[in-house]
Design a protein around this ligand. Structure first.
Ligand code: PLP
Ligand code: SF4
Length: 337
């Protein structure tokens, strides 16, 4: 029997608004710069893009017109520096390869496994540590689903499945449903977690069908979104978050400390406050993973610790994120001290 997660439905799925929106996304720097009223002379662009640009219009609409150093633009605009090799910046900085159990299945930390459900995202973040992940050969497929169920039955200490990617919400809801239908056979499962940037960059993805699916799940559900700047939140994002909470999900935000985006006190404090106003509790602030092409985003550790100290002095305890870094072989994301 075919696994439902990948089986194409014989009936044509009804066209979804968010898919339409994604088709309209900016895929070339030129039109995005035109949209922002920026001239091509103001910014240097690379000739080639090994990691293609992708920016949904809903996200571009939150950028400031005419501002070449806009913190949202900086996260997504290709830069010539990406093509240079910088010592210490490598293809697999977090040692994912070593925790791979099956195709698309990573078991790195106790009690939870992470699934690479797809390589697709709705936005391409220039600092992403998974940009050189071998998605084509290592994401979830039918055989993977059988192996996953088998693996979970053999490892009852695993209580949580994390759907990651890429972005799991790039899958159609019926495919997510196919996956969770199979997971119901695993009695030891208590939580389902989604790691997704779609509620931020493409809030129309949080549609009725998705909410109905979330609400139908027998486990506690956690959605970890990813925003790096207060301006990534707007009224549509607030609505998407409210709907996710209405469907019973607990919402957290993880951010990456990025030079020129959020590496100052005001930006960081505003991000934590704004996130909470959207009903999303700050979770992690990651130091940049040193992936090839991302050197321009790196902040030094002193800056990171200073920002953490300022947040502790100025914010309620629950608004202060955990400052962490990923290290190959470590049993958890290491606090930065
Ligand atoms: C980050 C991560 C997790 C989740 O870790 P938490 O500390 O529970 O958020 C799980 N698996 C992998 C491979 C990860 O990188
Ligand atoms: S949405 Fe997440 S996985 Fe996708 S490119 Fe951005 S950081 Fe990477």
């Amino acid at each position: 029997m075919q696994s439902p997660i990948l089986a194409r439905s014989p009936s044509t799925p009804k066209p979804s608004l968010w898919r339409d929106e994604l088709r309209q996304a900016f895929r070339q720097p030129g039109p995005l710069l035109d949209f922002l009223g920026l001239s091509r002379a103001q910014l240097s662009l690379p000739d080639a893009q090994p990691f293609p640009m992708l920016v949904p219009r809903a996200f571009a609409a939150r950028m400031e017109q005419g501002r070449a150093d806009d913190p949202l633009l900086r996260q997504v605009l290709p830069d010539p520096g990406e093509l240079e090799s910088v010592p210490g910046f490598v293809a697999d900085p977090v040692g994912d390869a070593a925790s791979r159990r099956h195709r698309g299945l990573l078991h790195k930390y106790h009690g939870r496994v992470l699934l690479i459900t797809t390589g697709a995202c709705a936005v391409h973040c220039r600092y992403c540590f998974r940009q050189s992940y071998p998605y084509a050969s290592d994401h979830f497929d039918e055989a993977g689903l059988d192996h996953l169920i088998e693996y979970l039955l053999e490892h009852p200490e695993v209580e949580e499945v994390i759907l990651s990617g890429g972005d799991p919400l790039m899958l159609d809801t019926r495919r997510l449903q196919g996956l969770t239908d199979r997971l119901r056979a695993v009695g030891s499962l208590r939580r389902l977690r989604l790691h997704t940037r779609l509620p931020i960059v493409l809030p129309s993805r949080i549609d009725e069908e998705l909410l109905a699916w979330l609400q139908s799940l027998p486990w506690s559900t956690v959605v970890v979104v990813h925003a790096n700047h207060a301006r990534e939140f707007d009224a549509d994002v607030d609505r998407a978050m409210a709907r996710l909470r209405g469907a019973g999900a607990v919402l957290f935000n993880q951010s990456v400390l990025l030079r020129g985006v959020n590496d100052d006190e005001q930006a960081m404090i505003a991000l934590m406050q704004r996130s909470f106003e959207a009903g999303v509790v700050p979770y992690y602030l990651h130091l940049l993973d040193r992936v090839e092409g991302a050197a321009r985003f790196e902040c030094d550790r002193r800056t990171a610790l200073r920002l953490l100290d300022v947040m502790r002095r100025r914010l309620s305890g629950y608004l202060v994120p955990r400052l962490v870094r990923e290290e190959a072989g470590a049993p958890y994301k290491l606090p930065v001290l």
